[in-house]
Design a protein around this ligand. Structure first.
Ligand code: 17E
Ligand code: FE2
Length: 454
């Protein structure tokens, strides 16, 4: 690969330095062989004339047997290779949805709408809808949501699944869907105790049953437990369960405007002591928005030491938080800028697609990034141009993915955007022209044609 871009080399080296973390994730469902799943050797393809991420324009990508084989300028087509000319377009690794609830997706208005816009009315509405849940109902809605996400360039999805249901209906449906769609989408499932571990009948037992059934990660909801003591014991239980089953963790942590909600310090401490920080995620952490600066300064040291990941959901957090404020009204988004500047990993998620917590939401992560940058005031030039990392590389780290990224040797998963670079793709909302999985076209969209008659 004589003409390999030095940036790509640098990225490859970074990845090799990370191999111990990748090794830990073997045995996870996120790691499987796409090429063998295609029945034969896989796609042979030459992509020409693109920019990869923030690299130079005019690069070609050769895909052999469904894997990235060669990356550089001026590659010549070979016998039996399909050539796709995407001159002037942007290529990124596929988007990653690091936080969504597929079991609740597409239920908005059933049986009623969330009129107050609070998290708590959303939980009440869902608890009513849960009474009528069936296996087919969950599979149908989650399948539609996943296909909608794929159209917007997503191939990896971490979905929380409510397990505060004695029948575990949603979990059974999503475990089957994870298997059925695995050649097209990589789905990670989190056992999410929506109504609490300690505060819901048989909460611990339901979490354990979910672990037995084969979830990828263990969740918790400390700010919803009845007492501070329950909050702490639920986190201790969740960490022990995750370790017992060798699972990742993703906790709905301090999703409230209460500055006294401090589940995060417990989660980070347990993760540090157990040495599992990189396998642990704190989602939402909206209370951090309201923490006093002296407390945050003390906390950020622990967060750095622990190595845990963060997911912010800027659209839904700004919608649900600040609801008991008059004016000034808090934004309720965690301190993404400060965490990022401290070297802590943060990714962005959609959280909801038309459900009790978000009447809107299409699955399109461009909306999430755009809102995230505005609301966190991360609008410096380099913050904008680097912001695709929130839904690509940072999210890959949150999900503990291996075999991710446009590098020789990796499975050829990537997307092509109708834009010359990320700045324009983000600003104009450029469509994802094609979404490739192991070199195979998963979804395609037309470029938008605009005609101005003056
Ligand atoms: N449940 C919850 O506790 N918090 C959320 N943001 C959603 C569901 C969407
Ligand atoms: Fe959530």
């Amino acid at each position: 690969h004589g003409r390999l871009d030095p940036r790509l080399l640098r990225r490859k080296r970074n990845r090799e330095g990370n191999s111990s973390m990748s090794a830990q994730t073997e045995g996870n469902n996120t790691h499987h062989n796409q090429a063998s799943a295609m029945g034969e050797k896989g796609a042979n393809l030459l992509i020409t004339g693109v920019r990869i991420e923030d690299g130079p324009a005019g690069v070609d990508i050769r895909i052999t047997g469904g894997k990235f084989a060669e990356i550089g300028a001026g590659l010549t087509p070979r016998e039996g290779e399909e050539v796709r000319n995407y001159t002037g377009k942007l290529v990124l690794p596929p988007y990653i949805e690091s936080h969504v609830h597929l079991d609740t997706a597409l239920t908005s208005g059933q049986p009623r709408y969330n009129e107050s816009g609070t998290l708590f009315e959303g939980i009440e509405v869902w608890s009513e809808r849960k009474q009528t849940l069936t296996y087919e109902d969950v599979k149908d809605r989650a399948g539609r949501a996943l296909r909608q996400q794929a159209q917007f360039g997503i191939q990896y999805v971490r979905s929380h699944v409510d397990v505060t249901d004695p029948d575990l209906t949603a979990l059974r449906a999503l475990i089957d869907l994870r298997e059925e769609l695995k050649d097209s989408m990589t789905l990670q499932l989190v056992a999410f105790p929506q109504e609490g571990i300690e505060s819901f009948p048989n909460g611990r037992d339901l979490m354990r049953r979910a672990a037995e059934m084969g979830v990828d990660a263990i969740g918790a909801i400390p700010h919803f437990e009845f007492t501070r003591e329950y909050s702490v014991s639920s986190l201790n239980f969740a960490v022990e369960l995750a370790q017992e089953y060798g699972l990742l963790m993703d906790v709905h942590c301090d999703e409230i405007d209460d500055e006294a909600s401090r589940g995060l310090e417990t989660l980070a401490t347990r993760a540090l002591e157990a040495g599992i920080g990189p396998r642990v995620t704190a989602s939402h952490t909206t209370a951090m928005h309201s923490y006093n600066n002296a407390y945050f300064l003390r906390l950020v040291r622990l967060l750095k030491m622990s190595g845990i990941n963060f997911v912010s959901n800027p659209l839904v957090n700004t919608h649900l938080q600040g609801r008991v404020d008059t004016y000034p009204k808090r934004r309720g988004v965690t301190r993404v800028k400060e965490l990022t500047e401290a070297g802590i990993n943060v990714s962005f998620g959609q959280d909801d697609i038309e459900d009790p917590w978000n009447p809107m939401g299409t699955g399109n992560l461009r909306d999430v990034v755009l809102n995230g940058l505005y609301v966190t005031q991360m609008m410096a030039r380099s913050e904008i141009t680097g912001s695709y990392n929130f839904i690509t590389h940072n999210a890959a780290r949150t999900l503990n993915l291996s075999d991710y990224g446009i590098e020789v040797g990796n499975t050829a998963n990537f997307i092509v955007l109708d834009a010359e670079d990320w700045f324009h793709a983000l600003s104009f909302g450029s469509p994802v022209l094609a979404n490739f999985r192991a070199g195979r076209v998963l979804t395609e969209s037309e470029a938008v044609v605009r005609q101005v008659n003056f």
